[in-house]
Ligand binder design. Sequence first.
Ligand code: NAD
Length: 373
Amino acid sequence: MRFGILKELTEKRVAITPDFVKKLVAQKHEVVFEKGCGEGAALVDELFVAEGAKAADRAEVLAAADVITTIIPLPESDLDQVKKGAVLISQFQPFADDSICEKLASKGLTALSMDMIPRSTIAQAMDVLSSMASIAGYKAVLTAADHLPRYMPMLSTAAGTIRPAKMLVLGAGVAGLQAIATGRRLGAMVEAFDTRAAAKEEVMSLGAKFVEVEGASDDKAAGGYAVEQTEEYKQRQADLIFQKVSKADIVITTAQLRGRPAPLLVNEEMLKAMPQGAVLIDLAASTGGNVAFSKHREVVKTHGVTIVGNSELADEVPEHASQLFSRNVENFLKHKDFLSEEGFSFDFEEDIFGSACIVYNGEVRFGAPALTK
Ligand code: NAD
């Protein structure tokens, strides 16, 4: 099969790195790449060529490839140039965009959505959501440090003692836990909150304090994802968060609800109560945001605080983000020999493949029983 690698239109990352090219070529596949596709991630064209890939223009890659892997789904204008029957691998987020499946099906394509792979132990090595969230959590703390007009660690100097920064993490999933670990390494005093009971132990194991609100709804059937909370719970949560936010120098928010707008956790009143110069990093900005006024990929200054909205912070560590994304795809294709020299084996009964394949040969599969359990 002929694999295509494209330059991402909005990202520095690239979906397939040269080490994966080497393995594809060893498996007798061909690889064509758009010139400059890896430049943003410090992966120059020569590295792809050295592993056996051929350089081409974007239009040539789109027209020639049997399989195209991207981090962000291709825009409509590119889809029109892809050959019928091609396999696209990306993060299509069909829960968030209900038109995407129809669009891909109407072009006669097959779509494998990496974000639809179950968050199970066996699938950890192919979990792009975790790979990217972990980097985003790390970078969120560094971005906060950049904007903060203060030190993070406690420092005893000849001129006096500097107190450590107070950091609050709202949402202690993959990104939140990495933010806690990074904040602790930089010397901040860290507190964290999550609606999932399981998060408490993880937060405490990283040396942070868990902010507890009694009575959260947890649903084992939600596959580890958080569920919508009752109005009463939300009020209690808001009161406690108000107290914590009003003392925080840094707030990092990561709370997402799959297929729904992100919950608003920090409202305008809370922003007004924060110390001047405080920084908020909102990783949920692209799905509505956890912080009032936050905008995806924008820095907003209001009420004396800085709000950085960015749900793609992994792109700010492009080399390692590319490497991990590429390995996740490689592990996915290796699983049960989905990909062999002959091509793909489409086994919809297999949980991981059945979940990822949202469109098959022009037919929408998203919503099929294997995908919804
Ligand atoms: P996510 O990005 O969907 O959400 C981030 C965090 O925000 C979650 O911890 C969620 O509970 C929390 N949250 C949602 N609403 C909130 C609210 N109103 N207030 C406070 N916090 C709120 O989550 P994620 O990081 O992608 O992880 C999702 C789940 O999958 C977690 O349970 C995680 O442990 C699990 N997981 C499992 C594996 C595995 O076993 N392979 C791998 C990765 C993640």
